[in-house]
Write a protein that binds this ligand. Structure first.
Ligand SMILES: Nc1ncnc2c1ncn2[C@@H]1O[C@H](COP(=O)(O)OP(=O)(O)OP(=O)(O)O)[C@@H](O)[C@H]1O
Length: 310
């Protein structure tokens, strides 16, 4: 089920939270909404799931307008907010049972088992959620959203605050949903590597405006430069720094010396270095990072939308 966002505007008092982004989320894709703090990601999601109304513009989910057909849209969209809590004394299975009853599911028990298994909570299902880790709580939230088999999932910063194992576990579930179903997944993040790993397409928002949009591959390849990361041999940092001077954009991270330059220049550089100066080197392909910084630095907007939420 596709989503069409058209020229959406939203203000909170003097703060412009969304300033006219327009884009399309294709059916079945895993779609990333990237942005720094205050970029408008949560506001966009609140409008998308019908919790609030845009001042101008429209949002359609599978051809239905969120404003005029809010109830039907909400049946189609499973929303996992950034912060969600559950009564601590209930078990995971009880939480899902309540959600399944509220949604009037007929195949309740079987569906609860399926969702528990999908999010890796089958073994913990009968423990009170007060003993769940952050990651388990987030996965339970996802299970509760998945119960009614929504064709669209909207996940607001789903891995924020999780430890690396929790992040990896959550990523695996999203990848499985992407592989095995036709569900359209929209997720927000400010972690570039997460979006690169999970998403097919991405938009970059800043201060409510659309700064870049496209497939992850296209945005990644828009920068032809690579990063050569050099670990200096003992006592050779100064000589190495001297050798790489003027060979690209040089940064001494304290650990490595990084040189950002074109591919050809990287080959020339590596060929020219004295072996005894370098303990180790790696060449990193361009990631989304360059596109992200380029998008954010172009035509810097005012800081109006960066104000702190009251
Ligand atoms: N209810 C509200 N009242 C007033 N201002 C708001 C409200 N909700 C959001 N804002 C403001 O709108 C702007 C966009 O906020 P939003 O939460 O959508 O950004 P975000 O990209 O989700 O940020 P974060 O990554 O920090 O969660 C911010 O400047 C924020 O302070």
């Amino acid at each position: 089920m596709n989503i069409t966002i058209t020229d959406v505007h939203k203000r909170y008092g003097d703060v412009v939270a969304l300033d006219g982004p327009s884009f399309e989320v294709p059916t079945g894709s895993t779609f990333g909404v990237l942005g720094t703090n205050g970029a408008g990601k949560t506001t966009l999601f609140e409008l998308l799931v019908g919790h609030d109304r845009p001042d101008e513009g429209s949002i359609e989910v599978g051809g239905l307008d969120v404003e005029t057909a809010g109830h039907r849209v909400r049946e189609r969209v499973g929303f996992l907010p950034e912060h969600s809590g559950f009564p601590p004394s209930m078990t995971g299975r009880e939480v899902l049972s309540v959600h399944a009853r509220i949604r009037g599911l007929s195949d309740r028990d079987a569906r609860i088992e399926e969702c528990l298994a999908l999010v890796g909570l089958a073994d913990a299902a009968d423990r009170p959620v007060s003993g769940y880790s952050n990651g388990m709580g987030r996965r339970l939230g996802l299970a509760s959203v998945l119960l009614s088999r929504p064709p669209v999932l909207v996940l607001d910063e789903p891995t924020a605050g999780l430890d690396p194992r929790g992040v990896t576990a959550f990523h695996r579930i999203i990848e499985r949903i992407d592989r095995e179903t036709d569900v359209t997944v929209v997720l927000s993040s400010h972690v570039l590597s997460e979006v690169e790993r999970l998403c097919d397409e991405v938009v970059i928002l800043q201060a409510g405006r659309l700064r870049a949009a496209g497939s992850v591959d296209d945005l990644r390849s828009s920068d032809e430069r690579v990063t050569v990361a050099l670990t200096p041999a003992d006592h050779e940092r100064e000589s190495l720094l001297e050798a790489v001077q003027n060979r690209g954009n040089v940064t001494d991270t304290g650990d490595e010396i990084e040189v950002v330059c074109g591919r050809e220049a990287a080959f020339d550089l590596l060929g020219s270095l004295e072996r005894e100066h370098v303990e180790r080197f790696e060449v990193h392909e361009p990631g989304l990072e360059a596109a992200f910084h380029e998008a954010l630095s172009a035509d810097e907007p005012t800081a109006a939308a960066e104000e702190v939420r009251p």
